[in-house]
Write a protein that binds this ligand. Structure first.
Ligand SMILES: Cc1ncc(COP(=O)(O)O)c(C=O)c1O
Length: 403
């Protein structure tokens, strides 16, 4: 058996992470890893999470198996976070706890493959690096639709033109907010156009909400999803608590299926549970129990999340100011308008290599940077490096990352 094992390429992101670790330059800048960092470069446990953990430790009664759908209080809380606490759609949706946002995507992919195996999945180009592999792993076909225009904004006309080729029953993956990797989100009017298109053509939206609270605010970031929920009979939602609760390693997320009415909900739940039962049986309790505490008593958590959101927005503004001050090309000013932790730099692979080799600035090969990885003392240096690589080619001898 093992003789037939095909060669698996190592994950390119992890290769960059090791190259950064091995780089001996003291002023290197890591913009690769997709985690929030505070102004001291840490990815701290939120205070609200620490308080919840203390409370949970003192009342823990048993580690016995829980329900296949996971923690019921968590499922209730996250559905209200996503849809809003008084949304009528709460009565026609089914939510189960999953193993992070990735687990939610995979459970929904298996659900689609079971119910409608011929459905094509439409994915933004550029898009989140793991959407395609997850959908393909469930046996589904994947096609792309354009997202970014030649500059740095959303090309809604191109997206709609490409999606005109989708057939009834096909699934369209949309990022609920803070599009990864571009940071380019639809305006209210553009969300309306996308929803109208899905409705007219019988397309099923799958809204991936991995950064709620990092764009314009917790409620504002859900406006696209809530519009879809109001307009369409079927909406799939994958949610992650990795970023907005800092629960990365606790693997806490949710898969939601919204139906036209409450009629099919019991069958939807049973189907989702059969999918998870044949995979990991049930999700881990700890992260969901923490999240349930945060939903019950949200003030400290929401204040901390707002602090993180403002830090990301401030860095975006400071970087855009520094780029303007040093005379970098105008196209970089889009960094100010884009949302959330990620932006796709208007640089090619060669320029990204120069950033890494000459300036010790690590982003992904396709130009993605994590804005939250930028510390206050790195802003001017990054602006100068971006200006340098976007101009004439350097004659300087590159310093090897592993040197
Ligand atoms: C768009 C998007 N969806 C899903 C995920 C997966 O989230 P999780 O870490 O909770 O599995 C990520 C994580 O980076 C993401 O960016």
């Amino acid at each position: 058996m093992l003789a037939a094992l095909p060669l698996a390429e190592p994950d390119p992101l992890w290769a960059l992470i090791s190259a950064f670790r091995d780089d001996r330059r003291a002023d290197k800048i890591d913009l690769v890893v997709g985690v929030y960092r505070d102004a001291s470069g840490q990815t701290p446990v939120m205070r609200a999470v620490q308080q919840a953990e203390t409370r949970l430790a003192s009342v823990a009664a048993s580690k016995s198996y829980r329900a296949l759908s996971g923690n019921a209080a968590f499922n209730d809380g996250i559905s209200r976070l996503l849809l809003g606490k008084d949304n009528e759609a709460l009565d026609r949706q089914c939510t189960i706890q999953t193993v992070g946002g990735t687990g939610a995507l995979r459970v929904l992919a298996d659900f689609i493959a079971l119910v409608s195996p011929a459905a094509m999945i439409w994915n933004t180009d550029p898009g989140y690096i793991n959407h395609r592999p997850i959908m393909r792993a469930a046996g589904l076909g994947v096609k792309s639709f354009r997202w970014q225009d030649n500059g740095t904004g959303l090309d809604i006309d191109a997206a709609i033109a490409d999606l005109a080729n989708a057939r009834t029953g096909d699934v369209v993956i949309l990022h609920g907010c803070c599009h990864n990797p571009t940071g380019i989100d639809p305006s209210t009017e553009e969300w309306r156009r996308l929803a109208a298109l899905c409705k007219d053509r019988g397309l099923i939206p799958l809204i991936d909400m991995a950064y709620q609270g990092f764009g314009d605010g917790v409620e504002e970031d859900a406006r696209g999803l809530r519009h879809f929920a109001a307009e369409l009979d079927t909406v799939l939602v994958a949610a992650s608590c990795s970023k907005n609760m800092g629960l990365y390693c606790e693997r806490t997320g949710a898969a939601m299926v919204i139906a036209a009415n409450s009629g099919p909900l019991a069958n939807i739940r049973a189907t989702l549970e059969r999918i998870t039962r044949a995979n990991y049986s049930m999700p881990p309790e700890h992260g969901a129990a923490i999240a349930a505490c945060l939903f019950e008593n949200p003030n400290t958590w929401l204040a901390e999340l707002e602090e993180s959101r403002q830090r990301v927005t401030t860095i975006r503004g400071n970087l855009a100011d520094a780029l303007a001050d040093c005379g970098a090309p105008e196209k970089f000013q889009a960094l100010r308008r884009q949302k959330g932790m990620f932006s796709l730099l208007p640089l090619d692979q060669r320029q990204m290599s120069r950033l890494r080799e000459e300036f010790g600035v690590y982003g992904t090969a396709n130009g993605r940077i994590n804005i939250a990885g930028l510390l206050p003392d790195g802003v001017d240096r990054l602006a100068a490096a971006l200006k340098a690589v976007s101009g004439a080619p350097s004659l300087a001898r590159p310093v090897r990352a592993s040197a």
